[in-house]
Design a protein around this ligand. Structure first.
Ligand code: M6R
Length: 614
């Protein structure tokens, strides 16, 4: 949610900023801007639209500078416009500031600043920050870093900030609270990013700023980090950035989303590597070893997450309840926080997030910790806020996910949840040895089965033509495939803008059936064995009302196949593992429908990859 990039050093800043912004664009893409330190003062270029538009604008400008800041925006306060684009300038034009986060008390601050003669150029919450800092500089007669610290102490909300000053042209001031900010340390130069994407090309040595940190960097000088909470200098250690440049490229695919769908066999294998050893009969997750006993004895698991991660968590509910035999509640993280939930010290909260920066999920984690629960994270981005906020956890090893629509993160999350459930069930004795063997053997075969499904890409692209002019769709699934139906519907709606809803198959007759007519595509997951006959009846009910059936069946299925207008056959596996396979055709279907409708698949409207505001 908003991407921040900054550079100071001996190289030209602009190419580094613009490349960084292109890599960060998945965090927001409604406007973009840069501010550059030049001998005459700060040069500011910004515009509504994509980073590419900014680059075009800048092509006719003087962009020479060795220090600069850049921003790509996802609008919260104020519509997407050039005026509201960052950076924002102070009244005297000597400070430029970029921000990711939300200033919750901006109206109060704004009123105060207006009364003191400051003029606002935008409708953003961010602009108060730059005026507030200038005002503090003027009134307190302190250095800029001090002024930033003082100003931020009256700010309520979240921020990652980078500030450029005309008076200290090669210096950058950085600050973080609640939104991520990394400093890449090069050879007498510094690269700043909201995440590692704009940094990894230049250095893998990074410092993760912590909440309350205010850092000062200038070339040829040691970084200084202070914290506004205790006003002391802080030592922040260098860490290795776990990211490769080639993971950030499209690798010959037309879109990141398609590349990431095709990366799923690898993502699942990587998430199992070193954790599942079929030959030795072992499932073990290093990250939670110390907490295994606590988890086995949990009164209850509460899974908190948002969006696709919430769907993975709902698959987890089926896995944990059936294997570990401990009750599970799956909560939308955003709901959990504001309803004063009953969370006890012997509850184990599992927080799931691809980015590890989702503000709602992090808020739920903090709440759970306050209530004394043990919090386990499942997260893809190493070193992210979630990874650091939880007591322990397991990373998914899906690699960077750039497409806004989450795909490989989902299968990697479900893989880790399956491993966790197996590991706990084995220790707790809630699974028989033969079931355990059967599941771990089948799990090992999943990546190869996903590869088989990916071979259906061409067939699914053909089926997608049927959806192009549709306005609605229903997705039905049962048992552990119900969350897959939800996920399939989410994929379709977020990238193709076709309204889609997921339901448990049997719920259709309690309302949604009223929507069915000859125009309504109904996607049915019909792999479930125990309820197969019931699903067949649900399909009949759709057909009787002239709805169109697109079914996902187990290879060899005849009955449902014959009843379907379009049928996708997926390889057979154990019921509990089907989500890892059955989600893939739904991802491909959504992808091809969106492409056929001319939608921007990787950057769907109004969305951002990392939702770091509540
Ligand atoms: O990074 P997270 O997994 O915490 O993100 C949660 C949701 O914002 C995310 O899954 C979102 O729903 C995706 N756009 C789904 O494709």
């Amino acid at each position: 949610m908003c991407g921040i990039v900054a550079y100071t050093g001996c190289h030209e800043a602009y190419p580094i900023l613009i490349k960084g912004l292109k890599r960060l664009e998945y965090r927001g893409y409604d406007s973009a801007g840069v501010a550059l330190s030049q001998p005459e003062g700060i040069a500011l270029y910004k515009c509504r639209g994509r980073v590419e538009d900014l680059d075009t604008l800048c092509s006719s400008k003087n962009c020479e500078a060795h220090t600069g800041i850049g921003h790509t925006r996802w609008a919260t306060h104020g519509e997407p416009s050039t005026q509201n684009a960052h950076p924002h300038l102070s009244e005297d034009g000597k400070l430029a500031l970029i921000h990711n986060g939300i200033v919750e008390n901006y109206l109060v601050l704004k009123k105060e600043l207006v009364s003191r003669g400051y003029h606002f150029q935008s409708d953003t919450d961010t602009e108060v920050l730059v005026h507030l800092i200038q005002d503090t500089l003027k009134n307190e007669q302190v250095s800029l870093p001090e002024a930033v610290k003082i100003a931020l102490s009256s700010v309520v909300g979240t921020y990652a900030l980078a500030i450029l000053s005309a008076d200290e042209p090669d210096q950058l001031i950085l600050a973080k609270k609640g939104s991520p900010l990394l400093i890449g340390v090069g050879d007498n130069e510094y690269f700043i990013g909201s995440d590692g994407a704009p940094i990894v090309e230049y250095t893998k040595k990074v410092v993760y700023l912590e909440d309350g940190d205010v850092a000062v960097v200038s070339p040829n000088k040691k970084m200084v980090v202070m914290n506004i909470n205790d006003n002391r200098k802080k030592r922040r250690y260098l860490q290795e950035l776990e990211m490769n440049l080639d993971q950030l490229e499209k690798g010959g695919f037309e879109h990141y989303m398609l590349k990431e769908i095709f990366e799923q066999p690898k993502a699942i294998r990587d998430s199992m590597r070193g954790r599942l050893n079929v030959r030795k009969d072992v499932v073990s997750l290093g990250g939670i070893i110390e907490y295994e006993t606590k988890m086995m004895n949990a009164r209850r698991f509460i899974i908190v997450a948002c969006g696709t991660s919430w769907h993975a968590g709902t698959v987890g509910e089926y896995l944990f309840e059936s294997l570990v035999r401990i009750p599970v509640e799956v909560e939308y993280a955003s709901e959990c926080r504001y309803r004063n939930p009953l969370i006890y010290e012997d509850d184990v909260v599992i927080a799931i997030s691809q980015s590890g920066e989702t503000a709602d999920t992090i808020a739920a984690v903090e709440l759970a910790k306050q209530k004394g629960a043990t919090v386990i994270g499942i997260c893809n981005v190493v070193g992210s806020t979630l990874a650091r906020a939880t007591h322990a956890g397991s990373y998914t090893h899906a690699g960077p996910e750039i497409g806004v629509a989450s795909t490989k993160a989902f299968t990697a999350q479900v893989t880790v949840l399956t491993l966790m459930a197996l590991c706990l069930a084995r220790r707790k004795g809630t699974i028989s040895l033969s079931d355990y063997h059967q599941i771990i053997n089948s799990l090992e075969d999943i990546p190869a089965k996903v590869e088989q499904v990916l071979k259906l890409n061409g067939q699914i692209a053909e089926f997608a033509k049927f959806f192009v002019n549709k306005t609605n769709a229903i997705y039905l699934g049962r048992g552990i495939n119900y969350p897959v139906a939800l996920e399939g519907a989410l994929k379709l709606k977020e990238i193709s803008y076709i309204h889609a809803e997921g339901y448990p198959s049997a719920e259709m007759k309690h309302g949604p059936i009223a929507l069915i007519d000859e125009e309504m595509p109904v996607v049915v997951l019909a792999t479930e064995q125990e309820t197969y006959e019931k699903t067949v009846s649900n399909i009949q009910e759709v057909i009787a009302r002239k709805g169109k059936i697109i079914s996902i069946v187990t290879k060899g299925d005849k009955l449902v196949k014959e009843m379907s207008d379009y049928c996708i056959e997926i390889p057979e596996t154990l019921e509990l593992l089907t989500p890892l396979i059955s989600c893939v055709p739904l991802q491909l279907l959504a992808y091809h429908v969106a492409v056929l409708r001319g939608c921007n698949v990787d950057k769907p409207r109004n969305l951002a990859k990392s939702v770091s505001v509540e």
